[in-house]
Ligand binder design. Structure first.
Ligand SMILES: [Zn+2]
Length: 332
């Protein structure tokens, strides 16, 4: 309730002071996943539509952030001490092949972006489990809200258990992507993408493990395996990690640090004030990130992320994971 109140005040201030300046160390991070050419791509129920976003939506975000004077950065730049803010960081989780369509747009605007890749999917070519559940569930006439509940429940399982359950429910063939919209990028595509100067590749674990649900050793293995595959395919070790589902803990942060990562992004929607040299560097392993920007809610969510008090909604404690909002279809 208090979080809602703070958000309302912040939004009201944003309307009164639309030009309020952000500070020099302010860093606003945005999370996206699949990028669609247009919303009609959702009509076939081939991917989980919980956060629909189109190329045109991404362009509107870039234009709005530029207009507010934000400078676009990457994880490597922040790790290297970049502090000339205010800064914006565009991130795309999972490693969908449809993210390749971002390139002309990023080039046109001269804006960098980071793709956080779950390397196990790149190597196996298998579809992401939440898309398989949605596609096959919809084919069998199940309700989107029911599938969203099942998706949240399945997050308690390890990736290998989720995979076994999907095979038991839908057969092994269901794990094959159906086309360009739902497939992970191939290793060659990842290598090519990594060579584009505007693109940074980040760690999203190997098997898309929710790291707070496994022990510290497994956490470390998952993170290290991803970094090793990325280094082999792209020739460069990642500097940053996006924790799958946004879940993190002190033990997860320590696992990331021990794997050589300096920057960690969550799904806690707050604006960051980047720590100075040597001070509170651990804060950079738990950076806030806005995951709520989606078709139809871009302006509102952007205003919130840039609101003068910068209190956002993180302190409401109600939204602590990327996926808690549920599918767009179940929203009022
Ligand atoms: Zn993910």
């Amino acid at each position: 309730m208090r979080g809602k109140f703070v958000k309302a005040i912040d939004m009201a201030l944003a309307r009164v002071l639309p030009g309020a300046r952000l500070g020099g160390r302010d860093l606003v991070i945005y999370a996206f996943h699949s990028v669609l050419p247009g919303l009609e791509a959702l009509g076939e129920n081939l991917i989980d539509p919980y956060q629909p976003i189109t190329l045109a939506d991404i362009e509107s975000v870039i234009v709005a952030l530029k207009r507010r004077g934000l400078r676009f950065v990457t994880g490597h730049e922040i790790a290297a001490g970049e502090r000339r803010g205010p800064m914006a960081w565009l991130t795309f989780d999972d490693g969908y092949a449809n993210n390749l369509a971002l390139l002309p747009l990023l080039r046109r605007h001269g804006v960098p972006a980071t793709i956080f890749v779950a390397t196990g999917h790149v190597m196996s070519g298998e579809a992401y489990w939440w898309d398989v559940l949605y596609r096959e569930g919809m084919r069998r006439g199940r309700a989107p809200a029911d599938l969203a509940r099942e998706r949240e429940a399945m997050k308690a399982l390890a990736p290998v258990q989720i995979r076994a359950r999907l095979i038991a429910m839908f057969g092994e063939g269901a794990l094959r992507p159906v086309g360009e919209i739902d497939r992970p990028m191939h290793p060659e595509e990842l290598a090519r993408l990594a060579r584009v100067p505007l693109i940074e590749i980040g760690n999203h674990t190997h098997a898309h493990s929710i790291l707070t649900r496994v022990d510290k050793e497994a956490s470390r293995r998952e993170i290290a395996a991803c970094s090793a595959v990325l280094a082999r395919i792209t020739g460069r070790a990642p500097a940053s990690i996006a924790y799958p589902n946004g879940n993190f803990s002190p033990a997860v942060m320590e696992a990331a640090r021990s794997a050589g990562l300096e920057i960690g992004v969550t799904c806690l929607p707050f604006r960051n004030r980047i720590a100075g040299d040597g001070a509170e560097e651990s804060a950079n392993l738990a950076l806030g990130r806005f995951a709520g920007l989606r078709n139809g809610a871009i302006r509102r969510e952007l205003a919130l992320s840039l609101a003068p008090l910068g209190l956002g909604i993180a302190r409401s404690r109600r939204i602590t994971q990327c996926n808690l909002r549920g599918p767009i279809t179940s929203r009022a």
